[in-house]
Design a protein around this ligand. Structure first.
Ligand SMILES: Cc1ncc(COP(=O)(O)O)c(C=O)c1O
Length: 338
């Protein structure tokens, strides 16, 4: 990517980086204050999470995700570490992950020396495995799985005695996307839903995420994490409780991304791009029907850096992140409209 970055930086009107899904809008003040209040932290934090944090996650899982039945919760140090380590925790032998996907699903399978297979979204066609990842809304495509697609995944998991890990870190940025926990009818055996406050609450720098689901699996994972020192720092746990106590800031953030997405989709469509999925989440997934590096170069000569789809499994699409301030998105719109 370096030569494209260099090229984009030469643009006289200024460089705009839309290549990384890293939030740029501020962490809400009340969350920063909660972190400050908890800064006296001489004791080790609990791997399992404080009683208050566990309660806050459980309450949120029921009220916001629609979780039912028995489930447990576990805070983790950002969801990336959990995605990378889950196959190791479970000693998985065969892992399925989406064909066009966040690369860490594959990396996690490789770390565990598991066999990794990329699959489409139709679970009825999946081969046998002991762990399958789904991601809705998806990175990089912005695809939202329908209820029936997720239910088919749940059925596949039950038929194959496999664990389903549903990466739902972009769920708060969609009105249509549902948590897998809302579709299990209270039978959460083999189900893990992975959530993160990185994007929902602009807390990527805090490293704050959590897992909700099967009690037995969570207990197994918790025991290993205890001995591996994988605990979320106490002040961060405190800030997580504050973040989960409020949904308004997440709605405001969702609104920001919806408006940026609409502006970009409009100008890209007028510029002749094909847009695929891009319904929700943090990215626009689009194509000029050419090799993705050619498209990356085309953006770079306009001072804009985007990510080649080949990073995620597709050679003629690019991923455009919505993580730039509104004034920069407006500049992108001006440049693409010329
Ligand atoms: C699909 C997906 N899952 C997980 C993560 C990890 O996020 P975090 O570690 O900040 O919770 C990302 C980050 O971009 C992502 O795109």
């Amino acid at each position: 990517m370096a030569p494209y970055g260099e090229k984009a930086k030469q643009y006289p009107g200024g460089f705009i980086d839309l290549s990384q899904g890293t939030p740029v809008d501020a962490t809400p003040k009340f969350i920063q204050e909660a972190l400050n209040q908890a800064s006296n932290s001489p004791s080790y934090p609990l791997t399992a999470g404080s009683v208050q944090l566990k309660e806050a996650i459980k309450h949120w899982a029921i009220s916001t995700l629609g979780a039912t039945g028995e489930f447990d919760v576990l805070p983790v140090i950002g969801s990336k570490e959990f995605v990378a380590l889950l196959p190791t925790f479970l000693q998985s032998k065969r892992v399925l992950y989406p064909q066009i996907a966040y690369p860490t699903y594959l990396v996690g399978a490789l770390l565990a020396s598991a066999q990794a297979t990329a699959v489409g979204s139709k679970a009825a066609d999946w081969p046998k495995a002991d762990l399958a990842w789904i991601n809705s809304p998806a990175n990089p495509t912005g695809q939202v799985l329908s209820d029936s697609q997720i239910s088919a995944v749940i059925n596949w998991g039950r038929a194959n005695n496999a664990v389903i890990a549903s990466d739902e870190c972009y769920l708060s940025f969609s009105d249509q996307a549902k948590s897998i926990l809302a579709l299990t009818e209270g039978e959460n055996t083999g189900i893990l839903a992975v959530h993160s406050l990185s994007k929902r609450s602009n807390m990527a720098g805090y490293r704050a995420a959590f897992v909700i689901g099967d009690k037995k699996l969570i207990d197994q994972i918790r025991q290993i994490r205890k001995h591996a020192g994988l605990m979320v720092p106490g002040p961060i746990q405190h800030a997580m409780i504050a973040a989960l106590s409020d949904d308004n800031h997440a709605k405001e953030q969702a609104h920001r991304y919806t408006s940026r997405r609409a502006k970009l989709i409009n100008v890209l469509t007028n510029a002749g791009f094909t847009i695929e999925y891009s319904q929700a989440g943090l990215y626009v997934w689009c194509s000029k029907n050419e090799d993705c590096y050619k498209t990356v170069d085309w953006f770079a000569q306009l001072g804009i850096l985007v990510t080649p789809g080949s990073f995620y499994g597709s050679d003629n699409f690019v991923r455009i992140a919505l993580t730039a301030h509104d004034q920069d998105i407006d500049k992108v719109v001006e440049r693409l409209a010329l």
